[in-house]
Write a protein that binds this ligand. Structure first.
Ligand code: MG
Ligand code: ZN
Length: 349
């Protein structure tokens, strides 16, 4: 009798522990160039509301690069993806010239599935920070080669040409035999392959205001549908890439439409996290773009206008929003490299 009781207790105990220690899914969403004024403008422009209001914890991240106050997307992408500050323009390599392991790669070694979604090309600096190690973000052909060798389970983005029209005459898409490479959302949704790549464009996808296809929330939902059925935890990075490009162009309408596309994607992710549970969602930016100040407008009419102080980036801290297991650790003020560390401790060794 005593033995049965002990066995029962052991079973209950181990069951309870396994439940508690289920590794969380981690979804990192980066609005490139999405500083506080871009969020504020986007919120007022869409009826004084954003899904970001539903997050549990808010913090601020310092974005400076190694030896440079104003970062670019490569250095800040590396900081968040790999946990170390580096020089502007550099991906996945620290100032001592050491190759860094990204959070995506670390998660893979711990049995996680992985996904990368971007509204730029998939070889652009922000997504590339999660799989590439190159001394220049402009080496698109080298980055594409490293992408083709990475084991990212699902990816969606532009830039197909860097895989097929190459100086080394290789066709990386033919070489990526593990993958089903598709060219539409329907084919992505229908595919039963364990690894799927969806190229949305030969080069850089166009702005959403010019009819970019698909919307980011559709990319998110299609990918989450796949990940949710796999019975494994996952790491996913989702980038709203072109908020930054609107900032560089000093075109507020470009920023607002890209913010709206991104905000809808955040809503899709948050709905998944609420339904699924055990999913940490982090929404942040790599830096602010344009030095934008919001100066005029009307809450009632959902209109906003303002001024830019640069066609480049600014050094302002960026907000970090978190929801789900571990969210509280994202409150406060910290370096953007801490985002890597705060995610990493949640992945059991
Ligand atoms: Mg980017
Ligand atoms: Zn930029």
């Amino acid at each position: 009798m005593k033995r049965f009781l002990t066995l029962g207790l052991v079973l209950i105990f181990s069951y309870g522990t396994a439940q508690d220690q289920n590794p969380p899914n981690i979804i990192l969403m980066i609005g490139d160039g999405m500083g506080l004024t871009q969020i504020t403008a986007g919120m007022y422009a869409q009826g004084n509301t954003t899904v970001l209001e539903q997050f549990e914890a808010v913090g601020l991240a310092k974005t400076h690069a190694h030896e440079q106050l104003v970062t670019d997307s490569a250095a800040s992408g590396t900081a968040m993806a790999c946990g170390e500050k580096t020089y502007n323009g550099v991906l996945g390599i620290n100032p001592k010239n050491e190759r860094l392991e990204s959070i995506l790669e670390y998660a893979q070694t711990q049995g996680y599935l992985s996904a990368l979604l971007a509204t730029s090309s998939i070889v652009h600096a922000t997504p590339a920070a999660f799989y590439a190690n190159v001394d220049s973000r402009k080496k698109y052909q080298e980055i594409a080669l490293q992408m083709s060798e990475s084991k990212v389970d699902y990816f969606i983005g532009g830039g197909r040409t860097h895989f097929t029209t190459r100086e080394d005459n290789r066709n990386l898409i033919e070489e990526m035999r593990d993958y089903d490479i598709v060219n539409s959302l329907k084919k992505f949704e229908k595919s039963t392959a364990s690894k799927i790549g969806f190229f949305t464009d030969e080069e850089e996808p166009k702005p959403i205001a010019q009819g970019r296809y698909p919307d980011l929330d559709e990319m998110v939902n299609a990918t989450l549908d796949k990940l949710a059925t796999k019975n494994k935890p996952f790491f996913m990075m989702v980038e709203g890439s072109q908020i930054d490009w609107g900032g560089h162009a000093n075109e507020l309408n470009y920023v607002l439409s890209e913010f709206k596309d991104f905000d809808k994607a955040v809503a899709a992710v948050l709905a998944f996290a609420k339904k699924q549970g055990n999913t940490l969602v982090i929404v942040t930016a790599d830096h602010e773009t344009g030095g934008f100040s919001l100066l005029k407008g009307s809450v009632e009419k959902s209109s906003v206008s303002g001024k830019y102080s640069t066609t480049g980036h600014s050094a302002a801290m960026v907000p970090v929003f978190a929801y789900g297991p571990g969210a509280a650790s994202f409150s406060g003020i910290y370096e953007n490299t801490s985002i890597f560390k705060k995610m990493k401790v949640l992945i059991p060794e």
